[in-house]
Design a protein around this ligand. Structure first.
Ligand code: AMP
Ligand code: MG
Length: 308
């Protein structure tokens, strides 16, 4: 834990960077909201605490608070609430604050914070390709607006409207060609965003849907930014049937009782869906061509640091 004084750090922020970052943040939230509203989405309020949250696929502390005698978790993503929301709606999104006490080895990646915002969306009955197309259109639309309203010298010089559909590469093929560190290598080489699809089951959480024709491979995807900026989006089609969710929880070595509420909901009936989450601060980092995500966030929860 750094002993730095959080107030001193705050006053030392690069004003131009933080103002540009915050203006870009304002523009993209507006453009993404407009993009989705026009396509019939409803914005739902973020859930901040709940008995159930995303298990994630990497170790993070799971802080809980006492909620009238029940153990409540801080939201790590709204995945289960998105699936539940589709009991009443067809297309939803939320600007969802996530708390993830990330491991200290993520301190210097330039793209991890312990508190960040996802634009998290989910579409009833959609397949993976449909939400990939939605993401591509939304990203290009946000880029166009940012380039219209912000001076080019304050933006990533490589920014442009990217040809669609973005390229897709299967996870196992990427691994074979580039080795373990494929994501970083391919991102550094790329000039356009690209998708990694068909991610193996052990690499992901239990809720992404397993392919019917390929055991152990999921109907999911990550979007990777070019020029070395790394992951932008994760998403996929979801498991929604009780038996399949239960077997995936067991396969993953997760505790059934932690997901009893989801299992109960799936017994009552939740719908097939697909969706994704895009990290807002990471998008701002990419758009502004910033080295570190914390340069463009007013109150960055930097990994391992004592901050405001
Ligand atoms: P995930 O479902 O874990 O892939 O998270 C969804 C998206 O949120 C990612 O693709 C990133 O854009 C963003 N994200 C995830 N973790 C962090 C983090 N620690 N700091 C900033 N953004 C993050
Ligand atoms: Mg991810």
């Amino acid at each position: 834990m750094s002993e730095a004084n959080p107030i001193e750090n705050f006053f030392f922020k690069d004003k131009e960077k933080i103002v540009t970052g915050t203006r870009v943040n304002t523009i993209i939230r507006g453009s993404m909201k407009r993009y989705l509203d026009r396509r019939g989405f409803l914005e739902i309020n973020p859930v901040v605490i709940s008995p159930i949250s995303d298990p994630l696929n990497h170790p993070v502390d799971d802080p809980t608070i006492d909620y009238y005698g029940h153990r409540y978790r801080l939201t790590k993503s709204m995945i289960f609430h998105k699936q539940l929301a589709l009991v009443h709606f067809d297309k939803i999104y939320s600007f969802s604050p996530n708390i993830r006490i990330e491991p200290l080895d993520r301190k210097s990646t330039g793209r991890h914070l312990a508190e960040f915002t996802q634009l998290d969306l989910e579409v009833k009955g959609a397949d993976r390709r449909a939400v990939m197309a939605l993401a591509e259109g939304m990203i290009n639309d946000s880029i166009a607006r940012v380039m219209r309203y912000i001076d080019g010298d304050k933006l990533n010089p490589d920014l442009r409207k990217y040809p669609r559909p973005f390229r897709s590469v299967k996870y196992l093929e990427a691994l074979e060609e580039y080795g373990e560190d494929f994501e970083a290598k391919m991102s550094a080489e790329a000039r356009d965003p690209f998708w990694i699809i068909d991610i193996p089951l052990q690499q992901r959480e239990f809720y992404d849907r397993e392919k019917d024709d390929e055991t152990g491979i999921l109907m999911d995807m990550d979007l990777i930014y070019p020029h070395g900026y790394g992951e932008a989006i994760s998403g996929g089609e979801r498991e929604f049937e009780f038996e399949r969710i239960l077997s995936r929880i067991i396969k993953k070595g997760q505790r059934q009782e932690d997901y009893a509420l989801l299992l109960e909901a799936s017994r009552k009936g939740i719908s097939p869906s697909a969706g994704f989450g895009i990290g807002i601060e990471r998008f701002v980092r990419f758009l502004t061509g910033s080295k570190n995500i914390s340069e463009v966030v007013l109150f960055p929860k930097e990994i391992g640091k004592y901050v405001l």
